[in-house]
Design a protein around this ligand. Structure first.
Ligand SMILES: [Cu+2]
Length: 142
């Protein structure tokens, strides 16, 4: 891969400035947390995962699932590139709007041989919940 790091500042692609950052919270004491940045790219969405504390050299499967981190549909809705050394970049064949409209969560699994263990997760459709009345969600660890 040629691009090691793409910063969010100053782009010469004049296209959509629409993007969203999802916090990926640690799960199951993994010590892994970070962000997923979703950027609209025409009819697609570029998903860039960046995790701190990831094991070096171990590919970790990542997906977009329907639902939320608290209540996840175990069948992946969209596959993402395996996270390696905490990094993963994927072009998802779905517009960002659509991903935000529905309830989706991005999660990372411990290893291909240990899919059951989630190491990090974040909710994509944060604005969506109409029946949850959480006023203050700061300080609540997802
Ligand atoms: Cu998954």
């Amino acid at each position: 891969m040629a691009l090691l790091f793409v910063s969010g500042c100053g782009g010469d692609n004049g296209g959509g400035s629409s993007s969203k950052t999802v916090d990926l919270g640690e799960q199951n004491g993994s010590g892994e947390s970070g962000t997923a940045t979703l950027t609209a790219d025409g009819g697609k969405t570029k998903v860039v995962i960046s995790l701190d504390g990831a094991p070096s050299g171990t590919p970790q499967p990542a997906h977009i699932h329907k639902g939320s981190c608290e209540d996840l549909d175990p069948t992946p809705a969209y596959g993402l590139t395996n996270v390696v050394d905490g990094m993963s970049t994927t072009d998802v064949d779905e517009p960002l709007d659509e991903l935000e409209d529905e309830d989706y969560a991005i999660n990372v699994h411990k290893a291909g041989t240990d899919l059951k263990t989630y190491v990090a997760c974040g909710n994509v459709g944060s604005g969506g919940g109409s029946d949850t009345n959480t006023e203050t969600d700061s300080g609540y660890g997802y």
